[in-house]
Each structure stands twice: as C-alpha cells, then as structure tokens.
Design a protein around this ligand. Structure first.
Ligand code: SF4
Ligand code: SF4
Length: 181
C-alpha cells in the first residue's frame, strides 16, 4: 500500500525502514533489523536509481500524514507503519523507547487517534533476524487517555513495551542476499 506523500517532507537522514523492515525479494533479502548493505547510515540509499520496487513504494506514515518533525522515526524511535491503516489500525513500531514517548505531542496524537475510533497497536523488534512482536493496546491505554492522565498513560505504555520486549521472538528465516544490479 502506498499513501499520497506530503509534498514538503522528505526522509532527510532517516534510514530506519532500511534497517528495521525485512525484505525477502529475489534481488534483495535482508533479515529484520539488519541495515541494508546498500544503505549509507544517516544518508540514504546508494542504489537509489535501481532500488527494488518494494523500496520505491514503502513509506512510513510520517511521510504521509501531518505529524510533527519530532515524529521522524530516527528522532522519535517510532516507525508509524502504513499497513493496517485502511482497516483502522495504526501500528507504532517502537524501535527503541525514547523520551519522545513521554511528550505531550505523542500523548495528544495517540489520544486523537483513539478518539477518532482508530485502534492502536504497539510493536517492538527482537534480536536481528527475528520477527517483531505486536499487540493491540487500545483498551489498555484508553482509560488513562479518557482521564487526561498523561503520567498514567506513559506508565501503561512503557509497561506494555516491557511486556512485548520479554516475548519469545521467532526467527524470520530470511537469509541475507544482496544482488541489486
Ligand atoms: S522510516 Fe520513514 S522517514 Fe525514515 S527512511 Fe523510512 S520512509 Fe523515510
Ligand atoms: S535498496 Fe535502498 S531503499 Fe531498499 S532497503 Fe536497501 S538502502 Fe533501503
């Protein structure tokens, strides 16, 4: 799925999808969490003109919806995944717990989504080469949001992330292959 992108926004130095999103294509396979060998960390794709079609159409939601600059994934530690949005679910793929998760910006945005009837899922990566884990947490977060209690919200959020991080992560079975030419 590819949403229309915001015209005045680009990835800048973010390369987080090239690190955290697995690929298993004939010309390019990389396990979850492995920075693509074609990626220059902090800069971008070194094979941009001939990158696979999957790379051309995959963008996180920060590129497509009005979120603040602080939401840029390399700053926030969160990739807002595009899959599931059309079914009314937003998945926050938390690559690393960051101070951003305890900001008013994050709280207000998640509260707005839930008020709009959107389901919220949290996802966290495991060791390189394993599937991330994911859980829908809307009803877990809702009471603190409805109370306007940001401190309780942050507590619940980090408790959910800790619980996910303790999961039994399963191998993604992807063997690295770099053959873009
Ligand atoms: S995670 Fe989003 S902002 Fe970062 S490189 Fe990928 S599409 Fe661009
Ligand atoms: S080929 Fe380029 S765009 Fe695709 S994952 Fe690798 S660095 Fe990222």
């Amino acid at each position: 799925m590819s949403l229309p992108l915001l015209p005045d926004r680009d990835c800048g130095g973010c390369v987080e999808c090239c690190r955290y999103i697995p690929l298993d294509l004939p010309e390019l396979a990389k396990p979850t969490g492995q920075l693509c060998h074609y990626c220059v960390d902090g800069s971008g794709c070194s094979v941009h003109a001939i990158r696979p079609q999957t790379c051309r159409v995959w963008f996180c939601l920060w590129r497509a919806v009005e979120l603040s600059d602080d939401w840029r994934p390399d700053r926030s530690g969160v990739i807002v995944r595009p899959d599931g949005v059309q079914e009314g679910i937003i998945t926050l793929y938390v690559m690393r717990p960051s101070e951003f998760l305890a900001t008013e910006d994050f709280f207000a945005t998640v509260a707005h989504w839930i008020a709009e009837g959107i389901q919220i899922a949290l996802s966290v990566p495991g060791p390189e080469g394993t599937y991330p884990v994911r859980a829908v947490v809307t009803n877990y977060l809702r009471p603190s949001i409805e109370d306007g209690d940001m401190e309780a919200f942050v507590g619940h959020l980090f408790a959910a992330l800790d619980s996910l991080a303790a999961s039994d992560f399963q191998p993604d079975g992807v063997t690295a292959r770099y053959a873009v030419a």
